[in-house]
Design a protein around this ligand. Structure first.
Ligand code: NJP
Length: 243
C-alpha cells in the first residue's frame, strides 16, 4: 500500500523540496501551507514527474485546521505514515527593538504549529501503531547568537518537545520521532526579517556557500527510509563554511 506523508510549509524552500523528494521515493504527499497557488503548482509538478500529491490550504497556527488536514488525509488515504512539521518563520531582530508581533508569530508558527501537528497526528499513529514525526529545528536550536534570541528559543523548544515525545512513545509501537536541524539554507526564510540592523549584518558579514533545500530533503528522506527499528533522533547539517 502506498504510504502517505504530510508536509507543512510545502509552498517553498525545504518543505517544497521534501515533498518532491518523498513523492519521488513513492510516497503520496499531502501538501500544506497558506499559499494555494503554489501548492497547486507543486501538486502538478509532482504529478508530471510521475508521483501523486494532493494539497490542503492550512494555517499551522490553527489547531482546528491542523486537525482537519490530518483527518481529511486519513479519510482519503487510510494511513498517515509521515508528518514533516516544517512550516516556520525567522524574523530575526535584536531584543531591544521590541518586535513583539514578530515574537508572537514565531511562537505561534514555530512552536504552537508543531504542537498542533503532533496533537493532530499522534492519536492516529498510536492507533496505527506506526508512523514518523519529523520536525525541523535549526542550528539555532543548539546555540544562540545576537539577534536570534526568540527564533533560537522556538527552535530549542521544538527540540525539547520532540525529545520528550520520543521518550514517551510506547516501545511496542513502530513510531519514530526525528529532529532535523539545518544551518543556513538558501530559501525564502530571510524575507520575513524587518530589523535593518540584522539585514545590514547579513549583507556585510562573511559570505559562504549555503545549503540547498534539496540537501535537507535528502536528510529527511534518509531518516524516513531507515528500517523500522532505527530511529534517527537528530540530524544536524551545516554548510561546511558555517561556524
Ligand atoms: O523557509 P521558507 P525554509 N501556516 O520561507 C510556511 C527551518 N530552517 O524552507 O503559508 C502554514 O522558504 C510557508 O508557507 P505559506 C525554518 O525555521 C531553515 O527555509 O504559503 N505554513 C512556507 O512554505 C522552517 O521551520 C533554515 O507562506 C506556514 C514555509 O513555511 C523550515 O526550515 C535554517 C505558516 C517557509 O518556507 C522551513 O523553512 C534553519 C503558517 N502560519 C532552519 N507560516 C534556512 N533556510 O536557512 C509559514 O536552521 N509557513
Amino acid at each position: 500500500m502506498t504510504k502517505t506523508a504530510v508536509v507543512t510549509g510545502a509552498s517553498s524552500g525545504i518543505g517544497q523540496a521534501t515533498a518532491k523528494e518523498l513523492a519521488a521515493k513513492g510516497y503520496h504527499v499531502v501538501l500544506a501551507a497558506r499559499r494555494e497557488k503554489r501548492l497547486m503548482e507543486l501538486q502538478k509538478e509532482i504529478e508530471t514527474a510521475g508521483g501523486t500529491a494532493e494539497y490542503k490550504v492550512t494555517d499551522v497556527t490553527s489547531a482546528d485546521e491542523m486537525d482537519s488536514l490530518i483527518q481529511a488525509s486519513l479519510k482519503k488515504n487510510g494511513t498517515i505514515d509521515v508528518l514533516v512539521n516544517n512550516a516556520g518563520l525567522m524574523p530575526l531582530s535584536f531584543m531591544n527593538k521590541l518586535k513583539i508581533d514578530e515574537w508572537d508569530r514565531m511562537v505561534d508558527v514555530n512552536v504552537k504549529g508543531v504542537l498542533y501537528g503532533i496533537a493532530a497526528v499522534l492519536p492516529v499513529m498510536e492507533k496505527q501503531k506506526s508512523g514518523h514525526i519529523l520536525t525541523i529545528s535549526s542550528v539555532a536550536g543548539h546555540s544562540v547568537t545576537k539577534g536570534s534570541a526568540v527564533y533560537s528559543g522556538t527552535k530549542f523548544a521544538v527540540r525539547a518537545i520532540s525529545e520528550g515525545l520520543r521518550q514517551e512513545i510506547d516501545p511496542s509501537h513502530e513510531i519514530r520521532v526525528t529532529i532535523v536541524s539545518p544551518g543556513a539554507v538558501e530559501t525564502e526564510l530571510t524575507t520575513t526579517i524587518t530589523d535593518d540592523d540584522i539585514l545590514t549584518a547579513f549583507k556585510e558579514g562573511p559570505q559562504m556557500e549555503m545549503l540547498k533545500a534539496q540537501d535537507i530533503a535528502n536528510a529527511i528522506a534518509y531518516a524516513v527510509e531507515q528500517p523500522a527499528y532505527v530511529d534517527v533522533n537528530e540530524i544536524l547539517i551545516r554548510p561546511r563554511q558555517q561556524p
